[in-house]
Each structure stands twice: as structure tokens, then as C-alpha cells.
Design a protein around this ligand. Structure first.
Ligand SMILES: O=P(O)(O)OC[C@H]1O[C@H](OP(=O)(O)OP(=O)(O)O)[C@H](O)[C@@H]1O
Ligand code: HPA
Length: 183
């Protein structure tokens, strides 16, 4: 469903900014430092979890000054809605994963169902090791933890830096919480 321009602006106007662009940039620098300590010299295969992981991947990779390769996987469970369902695998690069040190990059750790299943899939596909990083972690119980976290925010429905609301707002820099009346 498309949002018209008036609706779009109203949703953005009612949303709360939880993390500013400058704070996100600082979080990305910190993540890059930790990932460099953990992965430099291991020639990792970075897996971007499409679609939301595309922004954190694009912002983080130029901050990683060591040898690595980039691939992606596509597992989704929200598909434009605000509550998660079953994981649907659209692309799982099983052959590419065997024997590799894998870095999984995603935008958000919410219930943790997606990351848990992605990590399990990497192990099933024969990864040598799996490290995970998320840009945003919601303060709530998760099915699994990420090894590296950019920012921690309250458990509200979010958009920005890859996270979508109704398939929009992935391009907003920063993290924003959707107003209750829009849920
Ligand atoms: O921790 P969870 O509760 O599993 O939620 C996190 C996942 O949900 C979102 O993906 P989504 O399925 O919405 O697909 P998208 O990346 O296309 O937005 C997000 O990108 C994470 O992959
Ligand atoms: O709060 C969220 N916003 C957007 N996508 C998401 N996927 C899981 N949680 C969220």
C-alpha cells in the first residue's frame, strides 16, 4: 500500500526521534572498532540480511579497513506489517557459507526470531564461525542475543536507518518511534 504525501508527512511529524543521526554515526564508529578487533585478519564473509540490513551494511563497510567479502541473505517475517510471523527464506547462500567466518549484519534485534534462525542456518550450512551485529536492539526479551549492538532503545515500533514502517522510511537517518495512533 502506498502512503500519500500528506499521510507520510503526518506520520513523520508525530514520530519521536530516539536516536539522532550524529548518535547513529558514533554508534557505527564504535561497532566498526569492535568488529575490527574481532574479525581483522580472518577474511570474513559479510552477510547483509535483506532488506533492512542494507543501510547498516552500507554505512559500516567503509568503516571496516580490512580484507572481507560481501554477500547477502534474504529472510523476512514482517513484510510491511508491525507484527512478526513465520520466517520466509527468499535467498539462503548455503554453498557460499561453508568453511567461512561469517559476519551477519541486520538492522534490528526485536523478538530475535530472525537472527536466531539466520545464525542457526549459517551453522547448518557449515560456517567456520558466526558473529552477529545489529544496529538497533530493542530493550525487551529476545530469542537470541547479537554479539555487537549499535544502540539500545525502548520497545516501540521503529523506523529509520533500514527499518521500515509500512515499507517507507528506511531512508530516514536516525531511529524514530512511530506514534501510538499510527500503530
Ligand atoms: O527480531 P525479529 O522480531 O525477528 O525482527 C527483526 C527482523 O525484522 C525485520 O525484518 P523484516 O522481516 O521486517 O524484513 P525487512 O528486512 O524486509 O524489513 C528486521 O530487518 C529484522 O531482520
Ligand atoms: O520496530 C520495527 N520496525 C521496523 N521493522 C521491524 N522489524 C522488527 N521490529 C521492527
Amino acid at each position: 500500500m502506498k502512503l500519500d504525501a500528506i499521510e507520510y508527512a503526518a506520520i513523520a511529524g508525530r514520530a519521536d526521534c530516539l536516536v539522532t543521526p550524529a548518535e547513529m554515526d558514533a554508534a557505527l564508529d564504535r561497532m566498526a572498532g569492535v568488529l575490527t578487533e574481532r574479525l581483522a585478519g580472518k577474511d570474513p564473509l559479510v552477510l547483509c540480511v535483506m532488506t533492512g540490513g542494507i543501510v547498516v551494511t552500507g554505512l559500516l563497510l567503509p568503516r571496516l579497513h580490512f580484507q572481507l567479502r560481501l554477500d547477502y541473505l534474504h529472510a523476512s517475517r514482517y513484510r510491511g506489517t508491525t507484527s512478526g510471523g513465520e520466517i520466509v527464506w527468499r535467498y539462503r547462500p548455503s554453498e557460499a557459507i561453508r568453511g567461512e567466518h561469517i559476519l551477519v549484519l541486520d538492522d534490528v534485534l526485536d523478538e530475535g526470531v530472525t537472527l536466531d534462525q539466520v545464525i542457526r542456518a549459517c551453522h547448518e550450512d557449515g560456517a567456520a564461525s558466526v558473529l552477529s551485529a545489529v544496529l538497533v536492539e530493542k530493550c525487551r526479551p529476545h530469542q537470541c542475543e547479537a554479539d555487537v549492538v549499535g544502540v539500545r532503545v525502548p520497545n516501540r515500533y521503529l523506523y529509520g536507518d533500514g527499518l521500515d514502517y509500512k515499507n517507507y522510511f528506511r531512508n530516514a537517518h536516525g531511529v524514530f518511534a512511530v506514534a501510538d495512533e499510527d500503530l
